[in-house]
Design a protein around this ligand. Structure first.
Ligand code: FES
Ligand code: FES
Length: 166
């Protein structure tokens, strides 16, 4: 096993670390950086619980090596709220629309939705469903997750979504 020096930005913070070449990004984040928001659900690229944002793309951090993030700019759920703690519109939306139950999928779901709304600020329900199709939820049935993302899209565009959670 070889060690590599990597430098990257995580949630706006400069990080330098030495990592083994086969260390997965999710393990680097959780075990070395103390960022336990991204979860390990399946470890096989299917559930999306480990989703983070790297250089403007949603990535499943169980499917990447930490060395592949070298030089990158990475966002986890811990960096989504404002520095003063004000919730992001997506976090507010998930709370207001009851977009979670056990919460296990939620960090990955919100991080994915964060990028989705950058890619498409006014998605239709169908576009949201397609956009989060790489993220599985065992609890909610997705309906309120879609509403939560619509809530955030409306808020970010300066409007308000009236439809209530189910
Ligand atoms: S833990 Fe990465 S996709 Fe499931
Ligand atoms: S809220 Fe439990 S898995 Fe999504």
């Amino acid at each position: 096993m070889a060690a590599h020096q990597i430098t990257l930005t995580i949630n706006g913070r400069d990080v330098a670390a030495e990592v083994d070449d086969r260390m997965l990004l999710i393990h680097f984040l959780r075990e070395r950086q103390g960022l336990t928001g991204p979860h390990v659900g399946c470890d096989t690229s299917q559930c999306g619980a480990c989703t983070v944002d790297l250089d403007g793309r949603s990535v499943k951090s169980c499917t990447m090596f930490a060395v592949q993030a070298d030089g990158g700019s990475l966002l986890t759920i811990e960096g989504v709220a404002a520095p003063d703690g004000t919730l992001h519109a997506l976090q507010e939306g998930f709370r207001e629309m009851h977009g979670l139950q056990c919460g296990f999928c939620t960090p990955g779901m919100i991080t994915r939705a964060y990028r989705l709304l950058q890619e498409n600020p006014s998605p239709t329900d169908e576009e949201i469903r397609w956009g989060i199709s790489g993220n599985l939820c065992r609890c909610t049935g997705y309906q309120n997750i879609v509403k939560a993302i619509q809530y955030a899209a409306a808020k970010l565009q300066g409007g308000a979504r009236k439809e209530a959670a189910e």
